[in-house]
Structures are given as C-alpha cells and as structure tokens.
Design a protein around this ligand. Structure first.
Ligand code: PLP
Length: 409
C-alpha cells in the first residue's frame, strides 16, 4: 500500500498555507520539495562536521570526504552504473550537459559533423550544442515530434547519418510529459556510430533508471528534482569514454601534478571536478536518493500514474480545457490552456487560491512554436500529491474560467 499521508508528513512545507489556503504544490517539474531528513542531514554536517574534502588529514575533513564518496556510491547504485568513477558531481543537469558539450565536443566534434537533438528538448539540451556547433563549424539537426507529442522515429532513421556524432534526447519531456523510447533510440544511434546523452532531469524521480541496461553513453540529472538540494547534480558517463575526453574546468582537485611546463590530470571522476565541490549538498543528494529508494520508484511511478489518469479525466470535463501532450507513455505532468485565458492570468489567480503551477514558455520555446502558442500552464505532480489536491485544482480552474466570461475571455 502506498501511504501518501505518511510521505506527506516527511515534507514540512506541505503543511503551509498560502494566502490562508492550504498549499497545493503542483510545480514539481520545476523543483520538488525536500523531506526533513535531507535538511537534517545537511544541517548535521554544517553544524558538526564541516571541513573541506579530499584535502585534509584531519578528522573532520575525513568525515566529509567519506560522506561525499558514500553519496557517490549511492548515486552509482541508484542508476545502476558499473563504477563510481562514472559518477561526476556537477551543479545540475544544465552543467552536466555543458560539460559533455565542451569535453566530448573538444575531442570528437569537427567541421561538418552533426549533433542530433529532438524538437522537445529543454533549452539546457539545445543551447550548449548550438554553442558547440558555432565553435566547431558543426551542424545541429532536429528530430521532430507529432502533435500528440510522440517522436517521429521514422525520421530518426533518415536523420541518423554517419555524420551524427552525438544524439541528445530527453527521457521525459518537461512540457509534453512524453516518456521517450530511449533504449530504442540509443540502439539506433549506436548502430549509426553516434553516442547518446540522455537528459533524465524529469524522469529521475519518477521511474527506475538503469544506465547499463539503457546502454546510454551519458546521462544527466539534477538533485533538486528528486527531493534533494539545489545546486547539485550528476553526470554519468561510460568510464572508457570519460577517459578519452579532456577535462572541462581547471583548478584544484582535478590535477595530479602541476608544473609551469605541463600539468597532468587526476583520475576519474576527479578529473572533471575542479575546485571545492558542494560536498554537503552532495551528501544531501545521497540522503534524498536513499529516501526515494526506501519508498521505491516502482511504487512511486504507479501512484503518480494513477494521479495523472485521474487528473486528466477530471480536467477534460472542464469546457475548453486543452492538453498539450497526449502520448501513451506519459509522466505525471499536464501542460494546458483553458479557453483563451492567458496562462499568466491563470497562474496568478490559482496562486491566490494557494495553488502553485508553472506558466510561460517552460524553458522549451521550440515546443511553443510547434503548437503556435506563446505559453502554457503546467501542473506537475510528485509522490506526495493527492486526488483531493487535484479536486481543489479542478474547482479552482472552473472558478477562474467562470471569471472570464464562461471560460472564453
Ligand atoms: N532538462 C529538463 C528536461 C528539465 O526539465 C530541466 C529543468 O527544468 C533541465 C534540463 C535543467 O535542469 P537544471 O535547471 O536543474 O539544470
């Protein structure tokens, strides 16, 4: 039995009221909330153990170093990596992708080479590749999606020429919710000689991921979207590939020997971790993954799937309610418009009723262009959301619609 009330009790912020109304937090796609035990773990390290990692011989430094490296092993096990050398700590998904765009790009991308991304990527999986293409004279190609929000895999066969060196694909779209068939895409890309980076920012908290079963070359995610702290994320890369590509940032920690004539670099994963890491954030991320692992992503995914089904059914009863993204494989978020109500007006009015949703271009302007809209509203669910909250949300949308002359303002 999935005990949502027990889970809710772990998140103090969910007891808050906003404008005197109980908080309904449906902006989990932007960032999730953190359970008390993650905050307590970080507090404990700040209050009792703080010292810089990988440097000191003293007690506190060793405690923090051990905590940092234990968190790395927790991440390794959470995503099924073969070795902790394949787990690089970054500031988040965005930084992880930029790292690959720089380092992989430096080593493997030349003039006329192609990078293939999908039309449903977040800006974080578009712009770093455009910058790389500008630096190297490479070309960015785009795999389109259908109006339903499903990638056109026939076009993939056509686009995967032997000039494509890397494919960037989002596992679950932050706008459409579509869960992409990444295993199939990876197989096809490998057959064409391309490497694949999977953007798992939106899938990591909702579905089990096994990087070895997927056979992805790189995978990126952020801690703050899986009940962990902000400012910490992960880049997974296959060890042999990480060995081949150069470091990105230079500084302390990433070196073996520094001479003015020539510097040599540290072993994996430290070669990619220049400077003092956010080790207490990393320890917090480890704690968040243990917490999620204790509940189980299978149970979480099943519960959220039920929420999505319930919310979709109820929302479609509302006149002029339009959902963007109706793929059969969908994660628990709904991007929408109601009649001609501006998403910003909708979001502002819902906020007054204690409901937090995201509005605007959702960091995915090409998706807005696909549908010819300026913006959308998005409700994104987490394991602590409930049917009762969905009922409150539907009622609030009906009220807002009524304010705008029968929903057709
Ligand atoms: N990719 C996807 C699909 C996202 O949804 C997000 C954040 O919303 C990102 C990348 C960027 O994540 P971050 O801002 O944590 O680096």
């Amino acid at each position: 039995m999935f005990d949502v009330e027990k889970i809710r009790a772990d998140f103090p912020i969910l007891k808050r009221e906003i404008y005197g109304k109980p908080l309904v937090y449906f902006d989990n796609g932007a960032t999730s909330q953190r359970p008390a035990r993650v905050i307590a773990k970080m507090d404990d390290y700040y209050l009792n153990w703080n010292a810089n990692v990988h440097r000191g011989v003293h007690y506190l430094s060793n405690v923090c170093t051990d905590g940092n490296e234990e968190a790395r092993r927790t991440v390794r096990d959470f995503i099924g990596a073969a070795s902790e050398k394949e787990i690089i700590f970054t500031r988040g998904t965005t930084e992880s992708i930029n790292l690959v765009a720089y380092s992989f790009g430096e080593r493997f991308i030349g003039k006329g080479d192609e990078i293939l991304v999908t039309e449903m990527e977040h800006h974080a999986d578009i712009v770093p590749w455009q910058m790389l293409c500008e630096r190297k004279g490479a070309v960015l190609k785009v795999l389109p999606f259908t109006d339903e929000g499903v990638l056109n895999l026939e076009a993939l066969d056509r686009l995967l020429t032997n000039r494509v060196k890397l494919v960037g694909v989002v596992h679950a779209s932050n706008v459409l919710g579509t869960v992409n068939p990444v295993r199939e895409i990876i197989e096809k890309a490998h057959a064409a000689g391309a490497k694949v980076l999977v953007d798992a920012a939106q899938s990591i908290a909702h579905t089990e991921i096994d990087v070895q079963a997927l056979d992805c070359d790189f995978l990126a995610f952020s801690g703050h979207k899986i009940y962990g702290p902000t400012g910490v994320g992960v880049l997974y890369g296959k060890e042999a590939l990480l060995e081949e590509i150069p470091p990105w940032q230079g500084g302390g920690e990433m070196i073996r020997e520094v001479r003015f004539e020539k510097t040599t670099y540290n072993d994996l994963p430290f070669k990619f971790e220049a400077g003092t890491p956010d080790f207490i954030g990393i320890i917090g991320l480890g704690e968040a993954l243990k917490y999620v692992g204790g509940i189980g992503l299978k149970a979480i995914g099943a519960y959220e799937g039920e929420l999505l089904k319930y919310a979709t059914g109820r929302l479609l009863e509302i006149p002029d309610f339009r959902i963007f993204g109706t793929a059969p494989e969908k994660s628990a978020l709904i991007s929408f418009q109601v009649g001609t109500i501006h998403p910003l007006d909708l979001g502002t009015l819902l906020d007054r009723m204690g409901i937090a949703i995201r509005t605007g271009q959702l960091c995915a302007e090409p998706i807005m262009q696909h549908y010819g809209v300026h913006g959308m509203a998005r409700a994104s669910f987490a394991m602590y959301n409930t049917r009762e909250e969905i009922d409150i949300f539907c009622e609030a949308i009906r009220k807002t619609g009524a304010l705008f002359e029968g929903g057709k303002a």
